[in-house]
Design a protein around this ligand. Structure first.
Ligand SMILES: NC(=O)c1ccc[n+]([C@@H]2O[C@H](COP(=O)([O-])OP(=O)(O)OC[C@H]3O[C@@H](n4cnc5c(N)ncnc54)[C@H](O)[C@@H]3O)[C@@H](O)[C@H]2O)c1
Length: 447
């Protein structure tokens, strides 16, 4: 027997394709720049706290719903205190059941719950702001793209650095032809993650804190015993069931200016190097070599993009043509090697172009930043557009998550047919394009 909120949610979701979609289209027709936007936040702690405050900073936004599986001060408590007029929930399905007055839903939960919550919200006609990586699987990323289109949702993935002056300036450098067409890209993250990696599942279980609904936290994932400090909060990143490892955590940030500037889409193929995986956690390090079809901003038929993660890792210096010996590479970022110059995009600092003599800093045009959060709120109200809408964020996330499949199979080339969403040469890899969902929690997919 399903809990009541689940029953009523399924009832509404089952007609999502027909009747439920209609109200959204109706109100979007009458919705205008003078209207206020009513939002709900799911996952109000951790990054969700700054997401919520970022969107609520718009004077045109009213916060009407707050949801968190943890009622303690750091999670639901402080949000409920600050936005005291908002209804509060532990269960996002109940929030959606009672969402007639909600225009937009923000999803700031751990990665594995992004798609189930966002898809259900879009099926009810809501606009969606969702954390990065957009989803937990490639299939879910494609579903998010399809849903946004079908339900005409105004969407934004929260890879907020995209709107920072540093990344916008870097994209502009490529688009204005300053470094010429790009021949090769190297991107890396050398930081040391603080979450569990490369370990087996801990034995036993710990008492669940009174403030936490552990069943709701597990959501669509297979059930497992609660262990303090292992999953909730923040530590879930290292576990395959919940997170996407270092590439998943940072790829949608660091590869974003590469994607945006070069207008990349689906890769043709990829091969990873990584240590053997433990059954349930992600690795300590990985390198993923992607090959993309060339674009108007690249040289030749194919473009090579290589991702490196691991403590202290950097791309091999000999591959970084045009970067002087004495230049210290940033801890994370990208190098784009162009025909006329080499662009370094630190994560996060203003870009640098070499050779310095040809590109003095005062000759590189700076593009001002914009507000990634209120950009979504404004676009929902019909003012302007978002830049990390799911039509963009979906393919970016697919690429990042394909890399995480590669990490499962070191040295195995994976040939990718983006249109068919198929790894054409390696069925064991294809099996990870989607995943099993806990019984009773299966999302309603977009046909
Ligand atoms: N864009 C960025 O710079 C950035 C930075 C940090 C985290 N993130 C992303 O933000 C998301 C959250 O990461 P975090 O570090 O804040 O994690 P976290 O575990 O610290 O916080 C998640 C919050 O969501 C709540 N929550 C969990 N499951 C829920 C559910 N089913 N319903 C309602 N609430 C739920 C938790 O109680 C907690 O308050 C992740 O997707 C992560 O990748 C993005």
């Amino acid at each position: 027997m399903l809990p009541p909120s689940r029953r009523s949610f399924l009832k509404s979701a089952s007609i999502a394709g027909a009747a439920v979609a209609l109200p959204a289209l109706q109100y979007s027709r009458v919705y205008g720049a003078n209207s206020r936007l009513r939002i709900a936040s799911v996952g109000t702690g951790g990054k969700g706290w700054s997401d919520l405050n970022g969107v609520a900073a718009s004077p045109e936004v009213d916060v009407v719903g707050l949801c968190n599986i943890d009622s303690s001060k750091a999670h639901l408590g402080q949000a409920a205190e600050k936005y005291s007029a908002a209804r509060t929930y532990a269960d996002w399905r109940k929030l959606l059941d009672e969402s007639k007055d909600i225009d937009g839903v923000m999803v700031s939960t751990p990665d594995f719950m992004h798609a189930p919550i966002s898809l259900a919200a879009m099926q009810l006609g809501k606009h969606v702001f969702c954390q990065k990586p957009l989803t937990h699987t490639v299939f879910e990323a494609r579903q998010m793209q399809l849903a946004a289109k079908k339900y005409k949702s105004v969407t934004q993935m929260c890879n907020q650095i995209q709107s920072h002056s540093a990344y916008r300036t870097a994209v502009n450098i490529v688009h204005t032809g300053l470094i010429g067409k790009v021949k090769e890209v190297h991107s890396w993250q050398s930081g040391s993650p603080s979450w569990p990696r490369h370990i087996p599942r801990p034995a036993g279980s710990d008492p669940v804190p009174a403030s936490v609904d552990w069943d709701l936290w597990q959501g669509v994932a297979a059930e497992r015993p609660y262990k303090a400090g292992m999953y909730h909060a923040f530590q879930w990143r290292g576990w395959q069931d919940y997170g996407t490892g270092q590439l998943g955590d940072f790829g949608c940030h660091i590869l974003d200016p590469v994607f945006k500037s070069l207008k990349l889409g689906s890769p043709k193929k990829l091969t990873a190097q990584a240590p053997g995986l433990f059954p349930e956690t992600w690795t300590d390090w990985a390198t993923v070599h992607y090959t993309f079809p060339g674009t108007e901003y690249t040289v030749g038929d194919d473009l090579s993009v290589t991702w490196y993660d691991g403590v202290g890792v950097r791309p091999p210096r000999e591959k970084l043509a045009g970067i002087p010996e004495g230049y210290k590479l940033p801890g994370a970022g990208s190098v784009l090697i162009g025909e006329k110059g080499t662009l370094v995009i630190p994560h996060v600092a203003m870009p640098k172009v070499f050779p310095e003599a040809s590109f003095p800093a005062d000759k590189v045009p700076v593009v001002e930043g914009v507000d990634h959060y209120t950009q979504w709120a404004d676009a929902c109200r019909g003012v302007g557009e978002t830049t990390s809408h799911f039509d963009y964020a979906g393919p970016l996330t697919e690429t990042v998550l394909l890399g995480t499949i590669g990490i499962r199979f070191p040295e195995q080339e994976l040939e990718w047919n983006g249109e068919k969403m198929e790894i054409t040469n390696f069925p064991q890899g294809q099996a990870y394009i989607t995943k099993p969902y806990r019984k009773g929690w299966e999302p309603t997919w977009i046909a």
